[in-house]
Design a protein around this ligand. Structure first.
Ligand SMILES: *Cc1c(COP(=O)(O)O)cnc(C)c1O
Length: 372
């Protein structure tokens, strides 16, 4: 087997596979617990819009047919929503697929790709998979240091990934600093602004970078139906860019990368604004509940504008994670993000948050959290 591994591309050999949150069934099987809750993958605790479910069910009878490979209906609706032309949209099997298309279309082994420490795990994966060099800039206060990112750019740099807000830290960049950063990029560098949590952010200075596409031909904005829209299992996301960029992305994507059930579900989900409002409201309330609960237990957190928050558990975070699992609560360890003392918890329903806080209290009382 060792010889087979040596045949893999050099960038692939040094890759660490993406570690997903533990599935509920796996926890229940391994720990013999029942009614476990999963607050580990930033999924919408309210689930999808009922309209999306109905639309998805409605196309099941037709799944012997290939989907519309151009996603005409969904793109038309997204184009109207964002005030762009359909030719500026690239649909993806989740927005991760779009991130990968960007790397495959634009980045070669001679290039460098810049992203921040503690940033989303998919950036190093797609970078190394195409054999390029990942340049990781140190974070400031857990967030992106845009000055350091700008300084790390050279003639070999082809792409910069910005997560706004970032996962797993929940940190964000305001309109003026992000705009100045993009305006300061040389023209041979593309920038992806990953807005997977866009709908959740309620800060007044948080920018909708899709409005800047006319000014920045090197800008790619990514959005997803996996988070606030509650359709993570369907796998649909999209990129917004200039038509020239979208043309390149559409050359490398798989012909039928978004399936027909996903196309129908996402289309219907876009029509249910009330569901997004409910989801954002639930999240804002839940964030207050979780953060104040953690504070009462004497635990610090990184302020987050997403639907998740990192809590500083101290040096026993790994043990605390296991202890929470034993209490039927799945959160996300973030040691692989260079954050060994934190656990990331997704904001759930009121009841789920209460169960998490109860389990967290037990863990603190056992002396397994907050140790410096
Ligand atoms: C969840 C997430 C995504 C989206 O993943 P999908 O492939 O759309 O499910 C993208 N970027 C970040 C930062 C995320 O946290």
């Amino acid at each position: 087997m060792a010889e087979i591994a040596a045949l893999a591309a050099p960038g692939v050999r040094e890759l660490q596979p993406y570690q997903p949150g533990k599935p509920i069934e796996e926890l229940e099987r391994e720990y013999g617990v029942s009614n476990a809750i999963k607050l580990a993958s930033n999924e919408n605790p309210l689930g999808p819009s009922p309209r999306a479910l109905e639309a998805a069910r409605g196309v099941l009878a037709d799944i012997a047919r290939y989907p519309d490979g151009n996603g005409f209906a969904l793109k038309s609706k997204l184009a109207a929503r964002h005030g762009v032309r359909p030719g500026q949209i690239t649909l993806g099997n989740g927005s991760n697929d779009v991130l990968e298309c960007v790397a495959r279309a634009f980045v070669t082994p001679e290039n460098e790709v810049v992203f921040s420490e503690h940033a989303f795990a998919v950036y190093p994966i797609v970078t190394r998979a195409v054999g390029a060099r990942a340049v990781v800039t140190p974070a400031v206060n857990w967030g992106h240091d845009l000055d350091a990112m700008l300084r790390s750019i050279n003639a070999r740099t082809r792409l910069v990934f910005i997560a706004n807000p970032n996962n797993p830290t929940g940190t964000w960049l305001d309109r003026s600093v992000l705009e100045a950063f993009i305006a300061g990029l040389p023209s041979h560098v593309l920038v992806v602004v990953d807005e997977a949590y866009f709908e959740y952010v309620t800060e007044a200075d948080y920018p909708d970078t899709s409005r800047w596409l006319d000014r920045f031909p090197n800008l790619i904005v990514t959005r997803t139906f996996s988070k606030a829209y509650g359709l993570a299992g369907l796998r649909v996301g999209y990129g917004l860019s200039s038509e020239a960029v979208a043309d390149m992305l559409n050359r490398v994507r798989q012909p039928f990368n978004v399936n027909s059930v996903a196309l129908a579900g996402a289309y219907a989900a876009l029509g249910d604004g009330a569901h997004i409002e409910r989801s954002v409201h639930t999240n804002s309330e839940g964030m207050r509940q979780v953060v104040s609960g953690a504070e009462r237990l004497g635990l610090e957190h990184i302020p987050s504008v997403g639907n998740f928050v990192c809590i500083d558990m101290g040096r026993a975070a790994a043990v605390a994670y296991e202890s929470l699992l034993g209490r039927g609560v799945i959160v996300r360890p973030v040691a692989s993000y260079g954050m060994p003392n934190h656990l990331r918890v997704t904001i759930g329903t009121r009841d789920e948050n209460a169960r998490f806080l109860e389990a967290l209290k037990a863990v603190v009382e056992l002396g397994l959290a907050g140790l410096k």
